[in-house]
Write a protein that binds this ligand. Structure first.
Ligand code: F6R
Ligand code: MG
Ligand code: MG
Length: 366
């Protein structure tokens, strides 16, 4: 019998602006998920938040894209939105783009990462949750975890990893996907993955037996809604140990806070800061972007854990570095590359400014 992990998230309102989801929203989601557990739809769950996003981590026997599991998550968010609206929380229900559920949360606003597998004798998993950034934020660390021997020693010295991994990459603009194999196609893969707002890793498979290794939420809210309604704030699931990278190799890729798009008004580059659950409170300039890592053992479809994996003093250096990078980036104010290029900004006054100046622009005679 196979086990499925579904991580479904949404921003349904927060306190003091876009900072932190209120506890009452998580409690309401827990209530809905407890009922779904009693009804046998899901086997287990853990509810958390990363900044203003509520994350539902669920295990079940129903496979990916299951209508009942997705309906459960949708209902949890809908019920919690009622609480959010009553409390007049900020952005209440902002990621729920539809009034009606149509079989799957994809395209309705929430982000979703899922994977199904046959449990090994022991199955450690890391769930990552982000705030104030976009799905491409995982490109660099996932590449390093599954393809960079300077990050993952096992790629070189462990025979069970040595063959490498396959990357399923989505073009989120043209809605196409391609499967690429590492190490052979590493340079071609990097040519795509460097464009983090367009090409994003969806899934990663172990090459020797096609076993699922990682899964990422790739929904881009502004592409779904056609306008800015918040950043996508992605989640990812990564399997660890015994033929997969070790937990420490997985976390290692986040030790250097790389620059990602998001931060203030979804329109700035900033460092992805690895934080504990309690420190997922993005306040400086609405950030900088955050990532949390929760470690579980999956046992007979139950979640053992979590361990708050970035709650380790060794990551204090990374956080300090992220704070220093934030200071440096902030000094650029409205200039690129702190501010995103105009086509990647979530909202902009540029068209209006250009319209206003239309008659004042003159040809340059050279
Ligand atoms: C970024 C984000 C925030 C808001 C900013 C302005 O993803 O959620 O940085 O963009 O606080 O929010 P509004 O326009 O709601 O005042
Ligand atoms: Mg928000
Ligand atoms: Mg958010």
């Amino acid at each position: 019998m196979k086990t499925t992990i579904s991580v479904i998230k949404a921003d349904i309102g927060s306190v003091a602006g876009h900072v932190v989801a209120h506890k009452a929203l998580k409690d309401k989601c827990r209530e809905v998920l407890s009922k779904a557990k009693e009804d046998g739809i899901i086997e287990d769950f853990y509810v958390t938040n990363c900044g203003d996003d509520v994350n539902l981590i669920m295990t079940h026997r129903r496979g990916e894209d299951d209508e009942e599991v997705h309906r459960t998550a949708w209902e949890a968010f809908k019920e919690a939105t009622k609480v959010s609206k009553k409390m007049k929380l900020y952005g209440a229900g902002q990621d729920l783009l539809s009034d009606t559920f149509s079989g799957n949360v994809k395209g309705l606003g929430p982000g979703c990462a899922e994977m199904e597998f046959k449990e090994r004798p022991s199955d450690p998993v890391v769930v990552f949750c982000c705030d104030k950034t976009e799905p491409g934020a995982f490109n660099l660390p996932l590449f390093r975890i599954f393809a960079d021997p300077f990050n993952t020693a096992g790629l070189v010295i462990d025979p069970s990893l040595h063959k490498g991994y396959k990357f399923e990459v989505y073009d989120v603009i043209d809605h196409k996907r391609v499967m690429m194999s590492c190490p052979e196609e590493m340079y071609d893969l990097l040519a795509l993955l460097g464009s983090i707002s367009r090409y994003v890793i969806k899934k990663i498979y172990r090459k020797k037996d096609d076993e699922i290794a990682a899964s990422v939420s790739t929904e881009r809210l502004n592409l779904i809604a056609g306008k800015y309604i918040g950043k996508d704030d992605p989640v990812a699931i990564v399997r660890a140990q015994s033929g997969f990278p070790a937990t420490g190799e997985i976390l290692e890729a986040f030790a250097q806070p790389h620059l990602v798009g998001g931060w203030m008004r979804g329109s700035h580059n900033g460092p992805l800061m690895p934080v504990s659950e309690k420190d997922a409170v993005p306040t400086r300039f609405d950030g900088p972007p955050r990532v949390m890592a929760l470690g579980f053992q999956i046992s007979e479809c139950k979640l053992i854990g979590p361990i708050d994996l970035f709650d380790d003093p060794i990551f204090e250096r990374s956080r300090r570095l992220a704070a220093n990078i934030s200071e440096y980036m902030r000094r650029h104010g409205p200039f690129e590359p702190h501010r995103l290029p105009s086509d990647e900004m979530e909202y902009t006054t540029l068209p209006d400014v250009l319209k206003k100046l239309k008659d004042r622009f003159e040809d340059i005679e050279d």
